[in-house]
Ligand binder design. Structure first.
Ligand SMILES: Nc1nc2c(ncn2[C@@H]2O[C@H](COP(=O)(O)OP(=O)(O)OP(=O)(O)O)[C@@H](O)[C@H]2O)c(=O)[nH]1
Ligand SMILES: [Mg+2]
Length: 179
């Protein structure tokens, strides 16, 4: 539930798909995004005010750990969540097939909230043939949408180069305002 225009947004998805890098690129536009992998320990919470269609929104962002070892403590982090950004790595099929496990975790603790699907690491698209196609991911977004009854946009980003990195937050903000 939201208080005024403050929304709790939870960032989900497998370990190392780039959730923390993606959140940092949003929270601080000038921050240098280090490339070393430092797993999130449980959860990191950040906050940012931003303007959308003449409204000022505040997102309180809960960046979860995707590591299996934190799975048992994650459910407690979903209480009063307004929206979810679900991230996978377009160069790692496993992180795409595991999305159903994330949906199960999300739906166990939330009720009909907007979800935005993000395929990260777009900068690596030409480095391997084994990528998750835009079409497959978009179909999956439609599947999510059929479960929630709310539109689920699919957006490809590169957290590292910041390509499209603001779009998922803007899309989610619009869905939350409309709700
Ligand atoms: N090439 C590329 N690498 C990325 C991108 N985003 C993140 N990475 C790298 O992927 C690794 C994992 O990134 P994190 O942001 O820590 O991943 P995470 O999803 O937060 O991982 P957990 O906290 O363990 O769940 C790091 O080495 C990042 O530098 C991207 O857009 N492109
Ligand atoms: Mg992390």
């Amino acid at each position: 539930m939201s208080t005024g225009d403050t929304f709790k947004v939870v960032i989900c998805g497998d370990f190392a798909v780039g959730k923390t890098t993606f959140v940092r690129s949003f929270l601080d536009e000038d921050q240098v995004l280090l490339e070393g992998y430092k797993p999130t320990m449980g959860v990191d919470i950040g906050r940012k005010k931003f303007k959308l269609d003449e409204k000022v929104l505040t997102f309180q962002i809960w960046d979860l750990s995707g590591q299996q070892s934190f799975k048992s403590i994650r459910p407690q982090f979903y209480s009063r969540t307004d929206g979810v950004i679900l991230v996978f790595d377009i160069t790692r099929q496993q992180s795409f097939s595991n999305l159903s496990l994330w949906l199960e975790e999300i739906f166990n603790k939330t009720n009909r909230i907007p979800i935005v699907l993000v395929g990260n690491k777009l900068d690596l698209i030409s480095t391997t043939d084994d990528i998750v196609s835009f079409q497959d991911a978009e179909e999956y977004a439609n599947h999510i949408s059929s479960l929630t009854g709310i539109d689920t946009p699919y957006i490809q980003v590169s957290a590292i180069t910041r390509q499209n990195n603001m779009d998922p937050f803007i899309s989610l903000g619009k869905l939350l305002i409309e709700k």
